[in-house]
Design a binder for this molecule. Structure first.
Ligand code: NI
Length: 192
């Protein structure tokens, strides 16, 4: 999927040339307590630390592979997330969204199968607004308004949920959620 406009400057993402040699940050797996926290707003004082974390975060996201990763998933309880919803084998489209805020959502909803790097190997259909309008800042502090639909809208809503301590399984019935979480716990135990 290609998007109108570009997000930030490519120089922000110069490390992508060597992304395969960058150590991925470890991704927290549910039920880790940081994943349940409401993350705090990013302030200008946070920007240097965020820039330092980006290579390890992108490395983790691309390696997984995933199309989005929110800061709490790597243990940073701050309101920012990274995404790349470009097609396989197409040029990369890395994005960073700082203090993203949904300002409008459609009444019409859509259902997509979702998975999450913090809930590995578990998938379920989740119903969300089909299109959204959001406001966020890029790394230079520029405010951007974006309208999103389809996969991008789903991905953004899923990642913003992470900033509020919400996982996609929280949108499911208790029965379904418990089933997925039990299966996850069993698989994680087997891995140890
Ligand atoms: Ni997720």
């Amino acid at each position: 999927m290609s998007l109108p406009g570009k997000f930030g400057h490519m120089s922000t993402f110069h490390f992508l040339d060597d992304i395969d040699s960058i150590d991925p940050m470890p991704i927290l797996v549910a039920p880790h307590p940081v994943l349940k926290q409401v993350a705090t707003n990013v302030t200008p004082d946070d920007l240097e630390a965020i820039k330092a974390a980006l290579p390890g975060m992108f490395s983790a996201m691309y390696k997984a592979p995933g199309i989005g990763l929110a800061a709490p998933q790597v243990g940073i309880s701050k309101r920012f997330l990274i995404m790349d919803v470009s097609e396989k084998d197409a040029p990369r489209e890395p994005k960073i969204l700082i203090n993203p805020e949904i300002i409008e959502e459609s009444k019409e909803s859509s259902v997509h199968e979702e998975g999450c790097l913090s809930v590995p190997n578990q998938y379920a259909e989740v119903e969300r607004p089909a299109s959204i309008k959001l406001r966020y800042s890029d790394l230079e502090g520029k405010e951007i308004i974006l309208e999103a639909t389809g996969l991008l809208a789903t991905c953004i809503q899923h990642e913003i949920d992470h900033l509020d301590g919400i996982l996609f399984v929280d949108h499911l019935s208790t029965l379904k959620r418990n089933m997925l979480m039990r299966r996850l716990a069993k698989e994680q135990k087997r891995k140890l």
